[in-house]
Design a binder for this molecule. Sequence first.
Ligand code: FES
Length: 157
Amino acid sequence: MLSAESLKQIDTELAKYPADRHRSAIMGALRIAQTEKGWLTPETIEFVADYIGIPPVQAYEVATFYNMYDLKPVGKYKLTVCTNLPCALRGGVDAGEYLKKKLGIGYGETTPDGKFTLVEGECMGACGDAPVMLLNNHKMCSFMTEEAIEAKLAELG
Ligand code: FES
């Protein structure tokens, strides 16, 4: 279900916690599984729960609460635009609208070629760099003016 490399990474997460607190590793374990699989199917969530020794429902609680976990397929590049107040005051909403127009999709949608998924996100704790955008849940992109968006899209090809 998961590669030996992913299982090794999950073992590293598990080692961070006492044996009776292994459920604390669920966030990291789901992140590792998603990085390998691209998104989290119910089978993957249940496999991860079983691997770390918790009931599946506890893994679902986490996977469905945080929007960094993808419960359906996403494009090669997932762009999450922050539109919370500090970002909104510095062009976050405009950045989202620009991306919608540019990519021809709305929030929660994926381009027909499977390349980009656009998501509206919550504050990412990087308000000083507003407006910000998160690439594939891991890479923060700062000061996303129209020019910066153009440069980023060109970089992604
Ligand atoms: S409001 Fe956008 S990062 Fe905080």
